[in-house]
Ligand binder design. Structure first.
Ligand code: FES
Length: 679
């Protein structure tokens, strides 16, 4: 048996014997242990830090003596003095194995570190970005060996990092020579490796060791807002998150009105493309400033978006998406150069990846949700809804995943609602109505205090109560239904029929007053019959889309529901169910995934293998087109009742008994009390 020292690495548990004097980094590489290095073992990058353990390790059958590693050397001393090493840490490229030893690789020294998402689900992202830093020593130019500087850089990358097949564009070549000389032929390159078979591309080069980091943007390009996460490509840490309104709103609020703008106005598509690219540049500049980094260090960008935004970002006329058969110019993923998209605010050689679209109505944003929530790996049948102006719906488990999109319209975001506003301080976001007194109590964004609690007025502050946001209107409608102020058909009762003076006449219909701020010059916040109708249309579209997928799958119930989207995070499961937005499941089976599309974008940014994974998964998803499916209309009509005309909600009825008033005494959709007076 070999008498060479035994080395055990934790947490991987990998072990092997190595001759005395072997650097820890070399042993780690030979065993396939995940230990980082940018400088290739030259003792200057400090990425290879390890913590040796000393003493008895019965679990590993090893006793580690104090001299198990070579002595602290001058390189480590210099680094410690300059930057400081944590107590107990050594540089893996400097410390040599002299005896049996147990070596821990701390998370920050692992290349493929796991980044835990903050959101509710425990999904972790494994770091494996497409672009990484490599430090190399390049041979100096020599008259006797007349090769180009770039050829010698390539030779160095091959010899020192075993990376072959490298290319660089002209703009990089034009800065190569001064940088090489400034760094005395020691340089750091940012190398992008997308597809395995495509050449590695040098995106940036710095003299000496570059320590300023490397960053990427994960962008969720929505029809209303553009949200970006600036992510450290080495650690996976989100350095800053920021959003901006999509300036295309001036061409049309929703997607179809933007498609019609492009149809009616020659060059309209180009105007919209320029507007959104401008906004992305502004956002990139702002977010880099917020994080305090040089925007030139942003070398990667990943986009997720719906099909219309996808085309408008890429500069493709979306006209075909406005009519059956809703053909995409391309449904595949896209790997592009930032310059092709006029992204001038970031590194000029930055690489862009756009996730694949699922279908003409189901975009890369839905693909990103699939990447983040992984319905195809679920043991039970999961319904995932990403609620926005369009709802993206995925239904699936290990056997099969289906997807569709449903035109819910902007009501769930507080638009087209009489007192509606976007989610901002002052907006009512939660509401309860006493079933006996019919009195409301509510909470506004920016305060945790309910309106009937002490200190509410002070907490709300000078801005006052300004309106009602998406989650607020859902709760308001569901609470009105639970309090008997609204019947199953969605008709609001009169004050006589409901017994509350909060019901006021509003033309031929009635409105419920939640808050009257008029005495102080503030708004009167009501829920009108029109608001109820807008919410009914939106929720019927959502439910009908889900039912269509369930039909395709041959089931009438699902095991769990995941609400995704920034808005999904704020929807109360109980109220969503009372409203009949989602199919009946036990309440504890409704969870929120936060901004799943944004998370999917981050995963694709941080892990290049995830890009291949989602390209494969999208190919296997069954697409269901709601617009041409006759059953959709049938489901839509049945879903108009609150919670539903025909589908039973047995789980809901275990927790809530819904009153059963009927405010339409004439069977014609109008309010009986008012009709009497008119007669
Ligand atoms: Fe760079 Fe050890 S590998 S300091």
């Amino acid at each position: 048996m070999s008498t060479d020292p035994l080395v055990v690495f934790t947490p991987s548990g990998k072990r092997g014997r190595f001759p005395k004097g072997t650097p820890v980094l070399t042993a780690a590489r030979q065993l396939g242990v995940d230990l980082d290095s940018v400088c290739g073992g030259r003792g200057i990058c400090s990425k290879c830090q390890i913590t040796p353990g000393y003493g008895e390790f019965s679990k590993h059958g090893v006793t580690v003596h104090p001299d198990a590693l070579s002595e602290w050397n001058a390189v480590e001393e210099r680094y410690d003095q300059k930057r400081g090493l944590k107590p107990g840490r050594r540089l893996g490229c400097q410390a040599q194995i002299m005896g049996d030893v147990v070596i821990d690789v701390p998370p920050e020294s692992q290349v493929h570190k796991q980044v835990v998402r903050k959101a509710a689900s425990a999904r972790v992202i494994e770091m494996d970005p497409a672009t990484r830093l490599y430090f190399v020593e390049v041979d100096e130019a020599d008259m006797h060996e007349p090769t180009g500087d770039f050829e010698r850089l390539k030779r160095a990358l091959k010899a020192q990092w075993e990376i072959d097949n490298i290319r660089a564009d002209l703009s990089l070549l034009s800065k190569l020579q001064p940088v090489l000389r400034k760094g005395k032929f020691q340089v750091t390159v940012a190398l992008h490796r997308g597809h395995v078979e495509s050449p590695a591309q040098v995106l940036e080069i710095w003299p000496g060791l570059h320590e300023g980091g490397l960053f990427g943007l994960a962008i969720d390009l929505g029809s209303t807002t553009v949200a970006a996460h600036l992510t450290d490509l080495e650690t996976g840490e989100v350095k800053a998150s920021s959003g901006i309104m999509n300036p295309q709103i001036r061409f049309g609020e929703d997607l179809m009105s933007r498609v019609s703008y492009a149809m009616m106005n020659p060059g309209g598509d180009r105007e919209m493309t320029a507007a959104v690219r401008d906004a992305i540049n502004t956002l990139a500049e702002e977010i880099a400033k917020e994080a305090g980094i040089d925007a030139n260090l942003i070398v990667e960008t990943v986009f997720v978006c719906n099909p219309v935004m996808h085309h408008l970002l890429l500069g493709i006329d979306p006209v075909e998406l406005g009519q059956a058969p809703f053909a995409l110019a391309t449904s595949g993923s896209m790997a592009l150069n930032a310059r092709e998209l006029d992204l001038s605010a970031i590194n000029p050689r930055a690489q862009v990846y756009v996730l694949p679209c699922i279908a003409g109505h189901v975009g890369a944003d839905a693909a990103a949700v699939a990447l983040s929530e992984e319905p195809g790996k679920s043991d039970d049948l999961a319904l995932i809804v990403d609620v926005g102006t369009n709802a993206e719906i995925l239904l699936g488990d290990k056997t099969r995943v289906l997807a569709c999109s449903s035109p819910t319209g902007p009501a769930f975001e507080g638009a087209q609602i009489s007192s509606g506003q976007r989610a901002a301080p002052g907006a009512i976001e939660a509401i309860r109505i006493d079933p006996v007194t019919k009195e409301p109590r509510f909470r506004v964004i920016g305060s945790d205090i309910w309106s009937d609690e002490d200190g509410f007025d002070e907490a709300v502050g000078d801005g006052g109560i300004t309106g009602i946001c998406g989650s607020g209107i859902i709760e308001a409608v569901a609470e009105m239904r639970m309090a008997g102020l609204l019947d199953e058909s969605g008709l609001i009762g009169s004050s006589g029929a409901t017994g509350t003076a909060r019901m006021i006449e509003d033309g031929r219909t009635h409105s419920y007053v939640i808050h009257d701020g008029s005495a102080k010059g503030g708004p009167v916040i009501t829920v009108t019959q029109g608001d109820i109708r807008a919410i009914q249309l939106a929720k019927s579209a959502l439910y009908a889309g889900a039912r269509l997928l369930m039909d395709e799958r041959g089931v009438d119930k699902v095991d769990r529901v995941v609400l995704a989207g920034a808005f999904g995070a704020h929807i109360s499961p109980l109220h969503a169910m009372v409203l009949g937005m989602i199919p009946d499941v036990p309440l504890d089976k409704v969870t929120s995934a936060g901004n799943a599309a944004g998370t999917g974008a981050r995963i694709a940014l941080c892990n290049v293998a995830a890009r291949r994974e989602i390209e494969r998964v999208v190919g296997e998803i069954t697409k269901v087109e709601t617009a041409i499916e006759p059953k959709f209309q049938e489901h839509f009509v049945a879903a108009n009742a609150i919670p539903h005309k025909t589908d039973p909600f047995p789980e809901l009825s275990k927790i809530v008994i819904l009153p059963n008033p009927n405010f339409n005494t004439h069977g014609d959709g109008s309010d009986g009390g008012r009709r009497k007076r008119r007669r």
